[in-house]
Design a protein. Structure first.
Ligand code: GLN
Length: 543
C-alpha cells in the first residue's frame, strides 16, 4: 500500500515547497523506493497552459502533453523520472469532473457539495496517482490560509483518517525571517502558519524552516515547542549555492531516517553516489560561460526555469558555470540597448514565446548572431524567428514573417499547422507532448545526438511553411530534423556558422543534471570554445 507525504507551505508563496518536496523524494529514492509526485494547484484554471508566465513561471510540458506547473520539472530533474498530466491537479480539473458528473446524473437526488463530492474527487485522483508507488509526495500549492486551497487541505486531512496515521506524513514548509541587524531568527510568522494549518485539522509531523542561514538551536527549540514537535522533526532549509544541494542538507539533518522510521518504510541503505557526482560537478565548475537569453518574459527567471537549468546542466558537465543575462528584446527595438552588446557574450539563446511583443528585437539578435558567428540556440519560437530572419535577410523575402505576428505578411514563412486552422479554443489545443523527431545524417544535429530518431516534447501551433522550404534550403539553411512523415520541420541549422541551431521542440524539458540534453550541451560547449578563442578574435563585428 502506498504511503503519502503531504507538503504544505506557510507565511509566503514560493517558499521552496517544490524543492523540499523534490528533495524528500530524492532522499527516499536513493533508498530504493518508488516515489511519485502530485502537485496541487488551487487555481481555477484547468491547467497551466493558459496562465501568464510573467506571474506563474514556466509551463512545464510532460510527455503525454500535459501543460503543467513548473514544479513537475523539479521532480523530473531531481529524480530523473518522467511525470504526466496526472501529476498536476487543479481546482479547475476537479470541478470540471464533478460538474460533468452532476450533469450526467451520477449524483441524482443529491445535493452536490464540496464535502464530500469535491473532496472525494480529490482523494480519488491522489489514490490513482499513487498506484504502483511506495510513496506519493503531494505538494499543495499556495499558502495555508488561501481560500482556494481549503478543499484540498480538507481532502488531505481526511486522507490521514482513511489511510492511517502510520501511512501519512505532513510536512509544513514555512519562512523564518532573520533580522539583519542582530542576526536573530524570527519564527512568529511560522508559528502563525502552523496555527492556521491546525485550525484546518492538520498537525504537521515535520516543519521545514526556510531561512537564509541554518537556524540556531534556540529557533529550532521554539519552532518545536510551538509546533508541538520534537526538535528532531524540525529541519532547516537554508540558502545553498545551487539547488541540487538541498537533498544533502536535509539528509545531513536526518530527514531520511526520520521519514523512513515514521512511515515504517522498508528500505535499503541510501546510495548517494550518483547524486554526489552531480554535486561535485556543481562545486568544481570553475570557468564561466556568459549566455544572453533574449526574450520577452525575462523579468521573472522562473518563466524560463527549464532553460536556465538545461544551460547550467550543460555547463557543469564541461566544467563551467553558466552566467545568464536575461535580455528583454523590446529594449533593442526602442533603442535603449544595441544588439552590438551581444558580441560580449559567448552565446545567445532565443527561447519559446508567444505574441508580437519584442519579436523584432529577437530577429535583430538572431541576425547579429548569424552574421557574427556567435553560437546561437533557438527554441521553438526561436526557430520560427530564425527562419523569418533568414527569409528576410538572406532569401530577400522582404516583410517575411510568421502569421502569428503579422497575418498580412507577404511571405508567411511561418504559418499555423494545418490541423490548427480549425481550432477555436485556446486551452490544451496546441501540438503538445512527446513526438518523434527524425534526424538527417551528416548534420550538426546528428553529430550532437548521435542518433537518427529522438523523442522530444512540443508546445506550438505554428511551423515552417512548406511553400518556402525550397528557397530557404537553396539559400543555405539546413533542415536537419523532421517529423516522421517528413511533413514538419523540427530542426534547422546554419552550416556557415560554428554553431547555429534551432529546434521546434523544447529540449530543455528533458535535461537532467547528470545527463545534459545534447542540443544544450553542444550550444554551451560552442560558447565555451568561443570564450577561449575570444582573445584571438580580431575581426570587427558586423551590423
Ligand atoms: N508561438 C509559437 C507557436 O505557437 C511558438 C510557441 C513556443 O515557442 N512554445 O508555434
Amino acid at each position: 500500500m502506498p504511503k503519502y507525504i503531504f507538503v504544505t507551505g506557510g507565511v509566503v508563496s514560493s517558499v521552496g515547497k517544490g524543492t523540499v518536496a523534490a528533495s524528500v523524494g530524492k532522499i527516499l529514492s536513493v533508498r530504493g523506493l518508488r516515489v511519485g509526485f502530485v502537485k496541487i494547484d488551487p487555481y481555477v484554471n484547468v491547467d497551466a497552459g493558459t496562465l501568464n508566465p510573467f506571474s506563474h513561471g514556466e509551463v512545464f510540458v510532460t510527455d503525454d502533453g500535459g501543460e503543467t506547473d513548473l514544479d513537475l520539472g523539479w521532480y523530473e530533474r531531481f529524480l530523473d523520472i518522467k511525470t504526466s498530466r496526472q501529476n498536476n491537479i487543479t481546482t479547475g480539473q476537479v470541478y470540471a469532473e464533478v460538474i460533468a458528473r452532476e450533469r450526467r446524473g451520477d449524483y441524482l437526488g443529491q445535493c452536490v457539495q464540496i464535502v464530500p463530492h469535491v473532496t472525494d474527487e480529490i482523494k480519488a485522483r491522489l489514490r490513482a496517482a499513487a498506484k504502483g508507488l511506495d510513496v506519493l509526495i503531494v505538494e499543495v500549492g499556495g499558502t495555508v490560509g488561501d481560500i482556494e486551497g481549503q478543499p484540498f487541505l480538507e481532502a488531505i486531512r481526511q486522507m490521514r483518517l482513511e489511510e492511517g496515521v502510520e501511512n501519512t506524513l505532513f510536512i509544513h514548509v514555512a519562512l523564518v525571517l532573520t533580522l539583519k541587524a542582530t542576526g536573530e531568527f524570527k519564527t512568529k510568522a511560522l508559528q502563525h502558519s502552523v496555527n492556521a494549518l491546525r485550525a484546518l485539522g492538520i498537525q504537521p509531523d515535520i516543519i521545514v524552516a526556510r531561512c537564509e542561514t541554518p537556524i540556531d538551536t534556540e529557533a529550532r527549540r521554539k519552532i518545536a515547542l510551538f509546533g508541538t514537535l520534537t526538535e528532531k522533526a524540525v529541519f532547516s532549509s537554508h540558502d545553498v549555492p545551487y539547488i541540487y544541494k538541498v537533498p544533502a542538507i536535509l539528509e545531513e539533518q536526518g530527514m531520511g531516517d526520520f521519514v523512513v522510521e515514521r512511515l515504517g518504510l522498508n528500505t535499503g541503505r541510501p546510495d548517494w553516489s550518483g547524486w554526489r557526482r552531480v554535486m561535485e560537478m556543481y562545486e568544481n565548475a570553475k570557468e564561466t560561460v556568459r549566455i544572453a537569453v533574449c526574450g520577452k518574459y525575462t523579468k521573472l527567471a522562473d518563466s524560463y526555469v527549464s532553460v536556465k537549468e538545461a544551460l547550467q546542466h550543460a555547463g557543469v558537465n564541461i566544467g563551467a558555470r553558466v552566467v545568464i543575462d536575461w535580455v528583454n528584446t523590446e529594449e533593442f527595438e526602442s533603442g535603449v540597448r544595441n544588439v552590438l552588446e551581444l558580441g560580449g557574450y559567448d552565446g545567445v539563446l532565443v527561447p519559446g514565446g508567444f505574441g508580437r511583443r519584442g519579436t523584432e528585437g529577437m530577429i535583430q539578435c538572431i541576425k547579429f548572431c548569424r552574421e557574427n558567428n556567435i553560437p546561437f540556440l533557438g527554441i521553438c519560437f526561436g526557430l520560427q524567428l530564425s527562419v523569418v530572419e533568414f527569409a528576410r535577410h538572406v532569401c530577400g523575402l522582404e516583410g517575411a514573417n510568421s502569421t502569428e505576428l503579422n497575418p498580412e505578411t507577404p511571405h508567411p514563412v511561418i504559418d499555423l499547422m494545418p490541423e490548427q486552422k480549425k481550432v477555436r479554443e485556446l486551452g490544451g489545443t496546441m501540438r503538445l507532448g512527446a513526438e518523434t523527431v527524425r534526424i538527417v545524417e551528416g548534420t550538426l544535429a546528428h553529430r550532437l545526438y548521435g542518433e537518427t530518431e529522438i523523442l522530444q516534447r512540443h508546445r506550438h501551433r505554428y511551423e515552417v511553411s512548406r511553400q518556402y522550404w525550397d528557397i530557404l534550403q537553396r539559400k543555405g539553411l539546413v533542415f536537419s530534423g523532421f517529423s516522421p512523415d517528413g511533413k514538419r520541420v523540427e530542426i534547422v541549422e546554419n552550416p556557415s556558422n560554428t554553431f547555429f541551431l534551432a529546434t521546434q521542440y523544447h529540449p530543455e524539458y528533458l535535461s537532467r543534471p547528470s545527463r545534459p540534453e545534447p542540443a544544450y550541451l553542444g550550444f554551451v560547449t560552442a560558447a565555451y570554445n568561443r570564450r577561449r578563442l575570444a582573445a584571438e578574435a580580431t575581426t570587427p563585428l558586423k551590423m
